[in-house]
Design a protein around this ligand. Structure first.
Ligand SMILES: Cc1ncc(COP(=O)(O)O)c(C=O)c1O
Length: 403
């Protein structure tokens, strides 16, 4: 009826958000969303940080610099240094969630029809953002070692014209959403070399890397770029406090080459003028307060226990019916059903049993595998997870029972 812009003539809403209505029933167990466990928020630390932030009302209640409050940028530089990344204020834009960092980057870089390679499967909201910006998405498959860089190389090698060549590659290399997989060091180095050779930007989305409960840390692509000649010019790194502190802050940032950063800041002027100075000041005080490391240790331990409860429950109760890799961190387990059981059919039964998960199809850019699903262990308690898996097993049995 109204003359909508092309992407909004018949927009698809997020398949994850669409499931939230079932969670209005308090009896339903959500193994669906990527919400952090609210019982783990560092309430005392954030309260103290809020009180300190409030001491400078002229800063926290006023408009601030579009690219971010200066003292928050200083804290981000310190935090990134601990993660092995050296950066400077002119390379940082503080954003309203890393969701906005991605959107600003697409505004700055992508014209309608431009090719963007996307690790497949991937985070649904960023598929949505790429669609809104009219990107032509090329899926690059992934496995337990993350993005299949050899397949990407084939795509790059066989592109005949500039128009066929990707401008960007979007990846979540550490504890991916939805797969939980982490890209191996060898693949990371190979990917950086390809970016330099074929001159495309790697967009590294990194909200989960500090939620590690097993194994040894792998350096981020941005950290490794310092070791590969010319690679620092070809990585945009996005990080966020959403999963490790609290998503309600909506504080995140991108780290990019200076000329991209300047353009993202200009794009942000028209997007929202600037992220909330108040929330940025709270975030700055929280980071300056030195509580993050202990907090990370605490949440990683609890998420590790929850992940173990989910994985052992799946193994014990569903056995051969489901295949998955147990992740070393993050919030998600990606599973594949065997015996031609479709995740969408299982979800219908699961809703009746009062447990929900997200069918995998919505995470795919390429042809969806209807037998995959994403399970999140972050928000429910260990006992809810155990009960949730039991209900999932009942749903599976109901589906397999002869009619
Ligand atoms: C991979 C990934 N990127 C970005 C986001 C968005 O995070 P933020 O709250 O910082 O916008 C999420 C949230 O689920 C995510 O999983």
């Amino acid at each position: 009826m109204y003359p909508y812009s092309r992407p909004f003539v018949s927009p698809a809403s997020s398949p994850i958000r669409d499931l939230y209505k079932y969670l209005r029933d308090p009896e339903t167990i959500g193994l669906s969303g990527g919400y952090p466990d609210a019982t783990l928020f560092d309430i005392d630390g954030l309260r103290e940080a809020s009180v300190r932030a409030w001491q400078d009302t002229r800063l926290c209640l006023q408009y601030g610099d579009t690219d971010g409050v200066v003292k928050l940028k200083s804290e981000i530089i310190r935090l990134m240094e601990r993660r092995g990344v050296r950066t400077a204020p002119e390379n940082i834009v503080v954003t309203t969630g890393s969701q906005q960092a991605f959107d600003l980057l697409l505004t700055v870089m992508v014209n309608e029809g431009d090719v963007v390679c996307v690790e497949d499967p991937t985070y649904t909201n960023n598929i949505q953002a790429l669609r809104v910006h009219g990107a032509r998405m090329l899926p690059v498959r992934s496995d337990a070692d993350g993005l299949d860089v050899a397949q990407l190389e084939d795509i790059l090698r066989t592109a005949r014209t500039d128009a066929e060549r990707p401008k960007l590659l979007y990846t979540i290399p550490t504890f991916s959403n939805p797969t939980g997989a982490t890209m191996s060091l060898a693949r990371r180095l190979h990917l950086l070399e390809l970016a330099v050779k074929y001159r495309f930007l790697i967009v590294e989305d990194d909200p989960y890397s500090e939620i590690r409960f097993n194994g040894e840390p792998v350096p981020s692509l941005r950290a490794l770029a310092a070791e590969v000649d010319g690679a620092e010019d070809w990585v945009v790194h996005m990080a966020s406090l959403s999963k490790i502190v609290a998503p309600g802050l909506r504080v995140a940032w991108s780290i990019a080459p200076t000329e991209i950063t300047r353009r993202c800041a200009i794009a942000k002027q028209s997007a929202d003028v600037g992220s909330s100075a108040w929330m940025q000041c709270i975030a700055a005080e929280y980071l300056a307060g030195g509580r993050l490391e202990a907090h990370l240790e605490r949440i990683s331990k609890v998420y590790g226990e929850k992940c173990a409860a989910l994985c052992s429950g799946l193994r014990e109760l569903l056995g051969e019916a489901v295949n998955f890799h147990q992740p070393d961190g993050g919030m998600f387990v990606w599973a594949k059903l065997s015996g031609d059981v479709l995740a969408a059919d299982l979800l219908k039964q699961a809703i009746e049993q009062k447990v929900i998960f997200v069918p995998g199809a919505g995470f795919h850019v390429g042809s969806p595998d209807p037998t995959t699903l994403r399970l999140s262990f972050a928000a429910p308690s260990v006992s809810q997870i155990t009960e949730g898996v039991r209900r999932l097993c009942s749903a599976w049995k109901a589906l397999r029972a002869p009619a």
